[in-house]
Design a protein around this ligand. Sequence first.
Ligand SMILES: [Zn+2]
Length: 427
Amino acid sequence: MLDLRIDNAVLPDGRSAMTLGVQDGRFVALGAGLDLPAHQRVDAQGMLLSPPFVDPHFHMDATLSYGLPRVNQSGTLLEGIALWGELKPELTQDAIMERALRYCDWAVAKGLLAIRTHVDVCDPRLLAVEALLEVKKRVAPYLELQLVAFPQDGLLRGARGPDQHLETLKRALGMGVDVVGGIPHFERSMEEGARSVRLLCTLAAERGLRVDMHCDESDDPLSRHVETLAFETQRLGLQGRVTGSHLTSMHSMDNYYVSKLLPLMAEAGLHAVANPLINITLQGRHDTYPKRRGMTRVPELLAAGVNVAFGQDCVRDPWYSLGSADMLEVAHMGLHVAQMTSQAAMRQCFDAVTVNAARVLGLQQYGLEPGCHADFVLLQARDPVEALRLRATRLRVYRRGRLVAQTPAAVSRLDLPGRPSSTDWMG
Ligand SMILES: [Zn+2]
């Protein structure tokens, strides 16, 4: 007897009228017309059943701090970093944890069950690291949190000096932070940026860790750190374990140079993460008109064989005042900014916040096939494109076969002459 059986579901790949069986927190059966005895049955009523959303790029130590101690007037990345620097001395562990846990509640309600978050490791007290390690432990029963040691002030540029910053970053890794981060475009020169990439990739290779760098997050067409990142990935045998985040300078780069760069990135097995809501907001701020969009070249990266995912990056913090842990909103913006409007491209945008993002994190047993963890979300939509169009309601969210969140279907009652009595915007 199964623990749970879901009937009449549509899967993201288009298979319909599917039955899924769950036992001991895992999928054990998947097929059309299966008749399996189960303690509990759920009729999906032809709605889309997807693996959970995955956010490959977030800053949980800063989230929900909007307005503290003031708001970002220029709207730029650089003022955001300065503002975060003002806030840091005032942070307390309790406040970071309270905000992070609140954000995780939002995430689960939105079917977002795995998040890679960067955590600032420039403060020698490592307050934020301690707080987020505790949050990671507390949310483990319902959400997978992966932490990246992120030297926000620059590994080589930070005020305490390179040796001290490297020591603090290593201490954070020793405490249990999972991934090595970096910010080469914020170092003092292109050369120093390249040196930070080499240092940090070498450190990751020595420790058998993954790498995720904020890389070329600028409108500078001559920023070249992703080239160095691809080179070091290959040199150190880190293929498939390294992510370049943002990569916004690729938007402004010379087309010939990009035609050389894309195959290098693919060859190195680099993952690319674009953060559409934030990139469209922060980049191009020094332009008059035309204003650059500042998102990396998503369709071209995908065509070159690079795994591309979309991240939320910021929610109500020094860089971005909006956001709600809704990865469909993230993908919706990515679709527009990248002009990915064909049916196939829109499905790729759905993948960018589910399967592709799971590959960035290196999640195991992610998916709907038998043997995978029974983590999934039932959406009020009939396919991924409709889910994107409606930023569909997450009707039911399951983690390891357990219902962890549910939301009533969105429907509006109408009182119009000669018209139906309600609409749900579907079809
Ligand atoms: Zn970021």
